[in-house]
Design a protein around this ligand. Structure first.
Ligand code: PMP
Length: 396
């Protein structure tokens, strides 16, 4: 038996998708024109699935900061945070994040994926329990797998199910960490955080909220769902990423627990990987400053999101439960979803096509994410492309 034989089912699934739509595996951004446009396979396309919520990846001040820091401190740190990889920029960014979130302590990680890997594998040990929402991101599941805690899932956004499990665990008298997301990455729905915090308090558990998609998007100051629901005092740990609203790459955890710092010494994903480069850290600091000082970007993002949600709702499409910068269209049939995705590409619109098992309920999803950088004309174009793609689906 060949070492690759076990991938046979995967290879067959890939081949079947490729036969229906060869473009799916050949998306290469040949030229990036702006935060909302790129040339893909020779065709100019509107990016409507980039998670670039505030459109900051092309901000001139962020680019300038990255260039200056690269000239000053080089292209990379060539080391882990624990060795030669902690530069003054990393420390400054940690202070600025703590100040922004109004929490005492911060750790900056190399990606959001690594932040979840580090926190979940380290914080909760043997004989302790992680209670996670079933729709949590793969990085949360992988963090659980890397650690040694018992992992129990509760039904998505179902506080009764969560409480049932907490009640059972109360007899064990052990530490329990509840893990949810601020804005869920697939359907764009929020966690019922006030209710979750109430049961957390009742049973003396800890709460970690992944605000990857809600930083810069929710809350009066853009601090996320914990801010929007006034649950910051109840939230023990906020994890997030720089790869969405801040337009760079990296991750973080903020907390009021004084001992957060100890995670640095115990966490393999913190110790055994190189830290972010000076250019990335400098542009992230600039982007965080813009997020804080330009709330009009958040307002524009929501205006754009509401505009597209309305247009797609008018087309009678099966959307997620609420308007948000993540707008997902459910498509039961995978083959049909691929055909629609392909027609959108032909109309110059790139969205994410999410196929099972990555989807929450087994069907396929056409997932859009909106940006403050989208113009009204672009949103009009996206709406028209959907109308045309679905019209062909009905008549074709
Ligand atoms: N958490 C959630 C909820 C995410 O959606 C993602 C990325 N899509 C991550 C964490 C990982 O972030 P990063 O891209 O920085 O690794």
């Amino acid at each position: 038996m060949n070492i690759f034989d076990k991938f046979q089912p995967l290879a067959a699934a890939r081949q079947s998708i490729e036969q229906q739509c060869s473009a799916f595996f050949n998306i290469v951004m040949e030229e990036i024109i702006s935060a909302t446009e790129a040339v893909v396979n020779g065709r100019r396309m509107i990016l409507a699935g980039s998670n670039n919520y505030l459109g900051l990846s092309f901000d001139t001040d962020c680019i300038k900061a990255a260039c200056e820091a690269t000239r000053r401190a080089g292209t990379g740190t060539t080391g882990s945070r624990m060795a030669n990889g902690t530069f003054s920029g990393h420390v400054a960014l940690e202070k600025e994040l703590a100040d922004f979130f109004r929490y005492r302590n911060t750790i900056v990680f190399s990606t959001g994926y690594i932040a979840n890997l580090a926190m979940l594998s380290t914080l909760v040990g043997p004989d302790e329990v992680i209670l996670l929402d079933a729709d949590c991101h793969a990085s949360i599941y992988d963090g659980c797998r890397l650690g040694s805690a018992e992992v129990i899932r509760f039904r998505h956004n179902d506080v009764n199910d969560l409480e049932k499990r907490l009640r059972r665990l109360a007899k064990r008298n052990t530490n329990v960490l509840i893990v949810v997301e601020g804005l869920y990455s697939m359907l764009g729905d929020r966690a019922p955080l006030a209710d979750i915090a109430a049961v957390k308090r009742k049973y003396g558990a800890y709460l970690l909220v992944d605000e990857a998609h809600s930083l810069g998007v929710l809350g009066e100051n853009g601090r996320g769902l914990a801010e929007e629901t006034s649950m910051e005092d109840e939230t023990d740990f906020i994890v997030g990423t720089f790869s969405k609203s801040l337009g760079t790459i990296g991750g973080f955890c903020v907390s009021n627990h004084r001992q957060l710092d100890l995670v640095r010494y115990a966490s393999r994903p913190y110790v055994f990987t190189a830290s972010s480069s000076p250019g990335i850290i400098a542009s992230t600091r600039k982007a965080l400053n813009i997020l804080r000082t330009r709330p009009e970007l958040r307002r524009r993002l929501w205006k754009n999101a509401d505009m597209l949600y309305q247009k797609l709702q008018n087309l009678g499409l099966s959307l997620g439960p609420e308007s948000s910068p993540i707008i997902a269209i459910r498509q039961e049939d995978k083959v049909e979803a691929l055909a629609i995705w392909n027609r959108l590409v032909e109309h110059g619109v790139y969205v994410n096509l999410v196929l099972p098992p990555a989807t929450p309920d087994g069907g396929a999803l056409l997932r859009c994410s909106m940006s403050a950088g989208h113009t009204s004309e672009q949103i009009e174009h996206i709406g028209q492309a959907f109308a045309a793609a679905y019209q062909t689906a009905q008549t074709g």
